[in-house]
Design a binder for this molecule. Structure first.
Ligand SMILES: [Zn+2]
Ligand SMILES: [Zn+2]
Length: 647
């Protein structure tokens, strides 16, 4: 038999040769480095017979598939260690995931496993890795596998096999054995356990079997694995950074927002958080006004007839909340568009009125399963910085450019570097090909006209039209989608929207949906993590704290506060009878940008000693001059240098 190698050469091999044979035929070094092979786009075990004539790629540590392979290996080693340490444990599934792997277990009733037990499990895993146990695959009749797992009292495996047989008509299944542990598994796997060069168990969580809250709650152990200790260390460092920036913890510590089981997925804004919210809203409102938007406000509860007409009933019902009001079925809005359409429709529109741009800090509700709720980043109660533009086909390109420009303007204020993605027609879509041609080329030429670079996501558009998404990378390298600009030819059709053209005939407007911050909730969550809670001065809930050294300075401290407050600065006096050192420490913890220390000397000279957060003492200033410079820093919305290490 023969296979073609990536460099174009062909390799002759004996009949029935495996990936391992091919690697050895190329060189001993490669044989040692090989983890698996890829043929016909599929990753396969080194021990599997090769397919005659198909191109062959040998997967080594350098290949992008390698991490997924060894993480899956590590999941099996985790189950090996756990079943050895806790006899009677029932195993379910253990896949590789984006940043590592997990395995879900049902422990015997008298056993609870928590994070304190992870080092012990890691120790057992290490000895199995050190023993370099081979992953051996056997393909056996489903009936035999079923019998085996029934005998071993592994009900989750039994259920998986029964489903495979029933739903997919499977008659053979594959088992993988490494050392003492055998798992039902599709594979592929690396050759042996020692290829896992570095791993760590990271956390323990509850997870329902098959994600179904009516079924058994299992214990999920998360871990991660890498091909070198260096890679693992830098990953753990990033995790540590992310933990230090966790907006849920900072939100609690800084008194920004809270959550209650009484309203899951819906933040309660505390006074300090509301200050930030209001500053963002002020910015949003002023800029919308400046850019020709008119603000509207629409209800949140609607007759379901509206949702049937908009298509949400058909496509989005699962994510909506419904209720009966005086025997009328009503639904909470998951999007603002149909509401803005009602306002558009209220009057006859002429081409002279267009474009019409409505903006709304629109409150929508979308159902998210409780398991995926995550602080402010994944909520059910969402306040979008939404807008809908109704325009003619010829106006689309200019409007799109204005939306992008607006987005860039906003992101720059926060020090974000945006990245653009253009998503084009999906397989399942409405509208004619001519409509899609026009819409896609309008977006493309808008991007080209501005000389903007973008990534193309073919087939990723909404079912009603193509879109441009705006992403940014935060201070520790994580990517977030913020804004979106979407063209929509369908909603105007569904609602029969019209305008009278210059030709006196009725025409259909195009609708542009756009949000730039995304939602206020999520955006603030991202800001907290991006700044590690150290907000730029204009957003800081308390911008300056006055610290009198002794009681006899309180009078002067209050005068300083009043003078700064008169310049529009959010300022407080720390009047506690604590030492000034203690007051400074507390102010640092609260990440207050400016601390103003006052003693005899300052009082006599009418000055203040200024401490800038993170910089420390920056000298003393004349009070009036300080008020002017802080007010200027606030007015400029100066973006701070983002702290790269909050630890
Ligand atoms: Zn597996
Ligand atoms: Zn919309």
């Amino acid at each position: 038999m023969q296979v073609e190698l990536p460099d174009g050469s062909t390799l002759e091999l004996p009949e029935g040769a495996t990936g391992a044979d091919a690697a050895r035929a190329i060189g001993e070094g490669l044989a040692r480095a090989a983890l698996a092979v890829r043929q016909d786009g599929q990753v396969r075990d080194l021990a599997a017979p090769l397919e005659d004539g198909a191109p062959l790629e040998i997967i080594t540590a350098r290949s992008p598939d390698a991490l997924e392979l060894i993480r899956h290996d590590a999941a099996h080693v985790l189950a090996t260690a756990v079943t050895e340490l806790y006899p009677g444990t029932k195993v379910s599934i253990g896949p590789p995931i984006e940043d590592g792997f997990y395995y879900d277990f049902e422990f015997p009733e008298d056993v609870t496993v928590g994070e304190a037990d992870l080092p012990r499990i890691e120790e057992a895993m290490r000895s199995h890795i050190h023993a370099d146990e081979r992953f051996e695959r056997t393909d056996i009749p489903a009936g035999d596998a079923l019998k085996r797992f029934v005998e071993e009292d592994q009900p989750y495996k039994v259920e998986l096999i029964e489903d495979l047989v029933r739903d997919q008509g499977v008659d053979t299944v594959s088992l993988y054995r490494n050392g003492p542990f055998t798992d039902l598994c599709r594979g592929p796997h690396g050759p042996a356990t020692k290829r896992i060069k570095a791993f760590k168990l990271t956390s323990v969580a509850g997870a329902y079997w098959r994600g179904d809250s009516n079924r058994q709650m299992l214990t999920r152990i998360y871990g991660t694995a890498f091909l070198s200790q260096e890679d693992l260390d830098s990953h753990l460092e990033r995790l540590e950074q992310a933990r230090a920036r966790d907006h849920r913890r900072l939100g609690r510590e800084l008194g920004l927002f809270m959550f209650s089981d009484l309203s899951p997925g819906s933040p309660f804004w505390q006074p300090a958080g509301m200050t930030i919210w209001n500053d963002l809203t002020d910015l949003w409102r002023a800029e919308n006004l400046r850019r020709g938007y008119r603000e509207v406000k629409t209800p949140i509860l609607y007759d379901v007839e509206l949702w049937k007409q908009s298509g949400h009933w058909e496509k989005y019902r699962e994510n909506m909340y419904f209720t009966d009001v005086e025997e009328r079925a009503m639904g909470l809005k998951p999007m603002n568009c149909p509401a803005h359409i009602q306002i558009y429709r209220e009057e006859r529109r002429s081409y002279r009125d267009l474009p019409i741009r409505y903006s709304e800090a629109g409150l929508v509700h979308r159902h998210e399963p409780s398991g995926v709720l995550h602080g402010l980043l994944r909520v059910r109660h969402i306040t979008q910085d939404d807008a809908h533009i109704f325009c003619t086909g010829e106006q689309v390109e200019d409007e799109v450019i204005d939306c992008l420009d607006f987005g860039f303007f906003l992101y720059e204020i926060f020090g974000f570097d945006p990245r653009l993605e253009l998503s084009t027609r999906p397989d399942v879509r409405i509208g004619s090909d001519e409509m899609w041609d026009a819409a896609e080329s309008a977006l493309e030429s808008a991007l080209r006209r501005k000389g903007l670079e973008y990534e193309l996501n073919e087939g990723d558009g909404a079912f009603y039209g193509p879109k441009i998404d705006l992403h940014m990378t935060d201070s520790i390298g994580r990517s977030w989608q913020l804004g979106t600009v979407q063209l929509d030819y369908s909603m105007p059709e569904r609602f029969g929207l019209e305008y009278t053209g210059a030709d006196n005939a009725e025409h259909r407007p195009v609708m542009i949906h756009r949000a730039l911050l995304g939602s206020f909730e999520r955006f603030i969550g991202i800001l907290v993590e991006h700044y590690a809670g150290e907000f730029p001065l204009w957003l800081a809930p308390v911008q300056a704290m006055v610290l009198p050294i002794a009681d006899r300075h309180v009078e002067y401290a209050r005068r300083v506060r009043d003078e700064l407050a008169a310049s529009g600065i959010r300022v407080e006096v720390d009047e506690r009878t604590e030492s000034v050192g203690r007051k400074i420490r507390d102010g640092e913890v609260r990440k207050i940008p400016y601390m103003l220390v006052l003693g005899d000397r300052e009082q006599e000279a009418g000055r203040v000693s200024v401490r800038r957060h993170r910089e420390g003492d920056v000298g003393d200033r004349d009070l009036a001059e300080l008020a002017r410079s802080l007010a200027a820093e606030i007015a400029e919305k100066r973006a701070p240098a983002v702290p790269d290490n909050p630890l």
